[in-house]
Design a protein around this ligand. Structure first.
Ligand SMILES: Nc1ncnc2c1ncn2[C@@H]1O[C@H](COP(=O)(O)OP(=O)(O)OP(=O)(O)O)[C@@H](O)[C@H]1O
Length: 328
């Protein structure tokens, strides 16, 4: 399987996380088979993959919790192999290996974290109070964490990570198991972090989450990156995109059906549907043809496949992304 890499439309920003040839095996079984990643500073990068694809392994390696077998890895300007201490100082990690202690209160957890970061007592208290307020945990601050809801625990976990003011944050499945309201509140928190210039590397099983948050998405499958690009670029990789034109005037509808190629007609609904990748170039050509025939559509909608379509197409065993190589 080869990698499909698409040019991003965003301007180039310095990469703050890079992996080249990242390889990892467990008991002779290859989990990561030489993957390459490059994540721009101040962006959100989402690593998607089916269960067991190796997402957590990537996060553990990049956050220095476990070693890679091979690969050139740099995080926050530091070489992971040569200077793991500097990497640790630059990053925050939350997720499946959370540091939250359920037996003590939220505030005590925060103060413990402040101690770990060698903040003075006064500064630690101030930072803890600020973060507890920012994460809507003031009322719960003096209660044992074991009484918190899943969403509150995740917020506390992230608040604890922010005590050290990291510029790079790894979030391993930050919203798994949360209800929709808590998930949306976590998304808001992540967006606010990014607005403040933080780089976020997240793994998720929710394609909607990647779609909502990520500037770039990579799909991990069979130890390789099957495809990466912006959510919009990835959606164009799978067939199913189309443009739909609807008309009020039956005469205009009939003229349009003659003027355009490859249309599927809906005579009752006075609408025409044609395959399209949703790109500006294709849309312009449709509109130019209508213009030169003097026809105006009353409604134009573009349907691009969602990330679910992409994910299933890329991670089904029959799919060969090499055939989808796209140069745009
Ligand atoms: N310490 C370990 N020893 C042996 N095998 C391991 C170890 N840790 C992970 N694995 C295996 O490596 C593979 C990748 O695991 P990993 O947890 O990175 O996947 P994941 O994509 O994060 O999955 P999930 O979405 O289920 O969390 C799995 O097959 C897992 O069983």
């Amino acid at each position: 399987m080869s990698t499909t890499t698409l040019a991003s439309s965003a301007g180039p920003a310095a990469p703050v996380i890079t992996a080249t040839g990242l390889t990892k095996s467990y008991d002779g079984r290859t989990v990561l088979d030489g993957i390459d990643l490059s994540i721009a500073e101040g962006s959100v990068f989402a690593l998607l993959g089916p269960n067991g694809a190796g997402k957590t392994t990537v996060v553990k390696i990049l956050s220095t919790l476990i070693g890679a077998d091979a690969g050139d890895l740099r995080v926050g300007g530091h070489d992971l192999a040569a200077d793991p201490q500097a990497v640790r100082a630059a990053i925050g990690v939350t997720g499946q290996f959370s540091a939250v202690d359920g037996l003590i209160t939220g505030e005590e957890n925060m103060l413990l974290m402040a101690d770990l970061h060698h903040l003075t007592r006064a500064r630690g208290r101030r930072t803890a109070a600020e973060l507890l307020a920012r994460f809507d945990l003031v009322d719960a601050a003096r209660k044992p964490v074991s009484t918190y809801s899943g969403g509150m625990k995740r917020r506390l976990d992230l608040a604890m990570t922010l005590v050290g003011d990291p510029r790079i944050i790894f979030l391993d499945e930050p919203t798994t198991g949360l209800d929709p309201r808590s998930r949306h509140s976590m998304w808001q928190i992540i967006r606010a972090l990014v607005a403040g210039g933080v780089t976020v590397f997240l793994t998720t099983q929710y394609l909607e989450e990647a779609d909502q948050l990520a500037d770039r998405v990579a799909v991990l499958h069979n130890g390789r990156i099957a495809a990466q690009g912006t959510p919009e670029e990835l959606k164009r990789l799978v067939p199913g995109g189309h443009v739909r034109l609807r008309f009020d005037d039956p005469a205009a509808y009939r003229s349009a059906a003659l003027a355009l190629d490859e249309v599927t007609r809906d005579d009752e609904g006075l609408s025409l549907r044609m395959p399209s990748d949703g790109s500006q170039r294709e849309l312009r050509s449709v509109l130019d043809r209508l213009d030169s025939a003097g026809i105006e559509a009353d409604e134009l909608t573009v349907h691009t496949p969602d990330l679910d379509d992409v994910f299933f197409a890329l991670t089904s065993s029959t799919h060969a992304p090499a055939s989808k190589e796209t140069a745009r």
